[in-house]
Design a protein around this ligand. Structure first.
Ligand code: UN1
Length: 503
């Protein structure tokens, strides 16, 4: 494919493409077979300083561009993404590894988000309210904040940048974007399409490089008042600490340990499909992946049997090959980590039903492939049932009742997604109320969020913010309350209010 090779790419700063100050570079390669994808600047704090300066300068004009005009630019961007969808999906299957159908879904999510946020250009609603005083009008309006530092992961390399950059822009902020070092070319393509859509110079800047150099510099920069990060819990805590000095707005979207509950009255065929898709889709590399399956003991043996058959029927291979069901993990470190959890599960006494090994046949040894892995007889407190593995490993936990299922589901530090398979409407509604997660699915897996609803989690999954939907606007704007007094005299709130005192 003409997409790939050893082409050298540059940062975009203030509308100009530039090498990093230090001239250092790093390579991107395919997790499926190691083929070269491109060479990118390994930037440092000096590059971040320049990008922030450019973004700050651009902000003064961009914040004054009428929001509907900012939205129109996002409409054009969404259309360009749609035009490039197939090519981007092909590229994603190579640089990130996911299979083509999922890669197309990733791009579609960005198209949807960009159209949705484009529409916000004509909304960005605040409130108008009565005043307690005569001849006075009150309202609240959303104000842009300034330069937003955007730090994104590799697992949704087009979708997640759109979740952050589209709302940041329509709200009137400017952006310095650091994409994951595993997927720099997709980050680059994203920004190239924004440029093609007509984004003014400096409004979006991209700085490639590692978290320790570029990410940390962005998080510490005094002129970047907003940081939005999707990443691990550990990174989130470090970012929050570093940003504390400047009292930044920090939006964190962190880990998950999502559970699917299967009750004794569930449609088991449907449950097996939902579990297989949520546990092994994207090779389990989703923060919404189903890494626990909490099963009523009445259907435990049957579900176990069907799940193993489903997992063993999945074909591993390069994401761009049409017959592939499960692509590679992102890199060697991920493969080692996922495999170490197989050892941990074994040592904890869980029963390995299938998988549990690195796949090497038919050229798979050129990439980072791991077999879909299912543990049974897992106890709720085991590490494989508590810690985020971020791979194609799921743990079956038997329970005796609905109440126990909910207790086990909630018994982890994370709270992103959850699901229940049941035909009992009462228990479905109780689950919606009692599962302590930001997202709950009924009779579906734990993945599949749509862009117009809030996305995010409770407990250690984040710090109380949400992306997507209207909720995202709260990350990228400050509320301003405006009071307009047209009485022509001084009216004191709380004091000059009583015209008709009640008896
Ligand atoms: C993530 O894994 O970080 O609901 C995002 C889903 C996708 C987004 C996942 N739409 O699984």
């Amino acid at each position: 494919m003409s997409l790939l090779g050893t082409e050298t790419f540059q940062n975009l700063i203030g509308g100009a493409w530039a090498d990093s100050e230090g001239g250092e570079t790093f390579e991107s390669s395919s997790p499926a077979n190691g083929e070269a994808i491109g060479v990118f600047p390994r930037s440092s704090a000096a590059d971040v300083d320049k990008a922030v300066e450019a973004a700050r300068a651009a902000y003064e004009e961009w914040r004054l561009v009428p929001a509907p005009r900012r939205g129109e630019l996002l409409f054009r961007f969404a259309q360009l993404l749609a035009d490039e969808k197939d090519e981007l999906a092909q590229l994603m299957s190579r640089e990130m590894g996911k299979v083509l159908a999922e890669a197309g879904g990733d791009v579609q999510e960005a198209i949807d988000m960009s159209f949705y946020m484009a529409g916000e250009g004509r909304r960005l609603f605040g409130q108008t309210t009565p005043s307690e005083l005569r001849d006075k009008l009150n309202m609240s309006v959303r104000m842009p904040i300034g330069v937003v530092g955007v730090i994104t992961p590799w697992n949704f390399p087009i979708a997640i940048p759109s979740w952050k950059i589209a709302p940041a822009l329509v709200c009137g902020n400017t952006v310095v974007f650091k994409p994951a070092t595993e997927t720099p070319l997709l980050g680059q393509r994203f920004v190239e399409l924004l440029v093609a859509a007509g984004i003014p110079p400096g409004v979006v800047n991209i700085v490639h490089g590692g978290g320790r150099e570029v990410g940390e510099a962005l998080v510490r920069h005094p002129d970047v008042p907003v940081i939005t990060l999707t990443g691990s819990r550990e990174t989130g805590v470090a970012v929050l600490r570093s940003a504390a000095e400047n009292l930044k707005h920090v939006h964190l979207e962190l880990g998950g340990k999502n559970a699917i509950i299967v009750l004794e009255d569930a449609d088991l065929d449907l449950a097996v499909e939902g579990i297989t898709w949520s546990a092994f889709g994207t090779s389990g590399q989703r923060c919404t992946a189903a890494s626990r399956v909490i099963v009523h003991e009445a259907v435990y043996d049957e579900l176990q049997r069907r799940l193993v058959a489903a997992a063993e029927s999945l074909r591993l291979g390069a994401g761009w090959e049409p017959e592939t069901d499960v692509g590679p993990l992102i890199n060697r470190a991920a493969l080692d980590k996922v495999h170490s959890y197989t050892e941990i599960g074994r040592a904890e006494g869980a029963q390995l039903l299938t998988g549990g090994e690195i796949a090497t046949e038919n050229g798979l040894d050129k990439g980072f492939f791991y077999r879909p892995t299912i543990f049974a007889g897992v106890e709720a407190g085991m590490r494989i049932a508590q810690e985020e593995i971020f791979g194609p490993t799921t743990a079956l936990i038997p329970v005796g009742s609905f109440d126990e299922a909910v207790r086990v589901a909630n018994g982890v530090r994370y709270g992103l997604s959850s699901s229940i398979f049941t035909r009992d409407v009462n228990r479905a509604f109780r689950a919606m109320r009692d599962l302590d997660t930001g997202i709950t699915y009924v009779n579906a897996g734990t993945t599949g969020a749509e862009v117009h609803l809030p996305f995010g989690g409770t407990k250690d999954t984040g710090n109380g913010h949400r992306e997507a939907g209207q909720a995202a606007l709260d990350v990228f704007t400050e509320w301003k309350s405006v009071y307009v007094d047209y009485s022509g005299k001084l009216q004191r709130a709380q004091i000059d209010t009583v015209e008709n005192p009640s008896p």
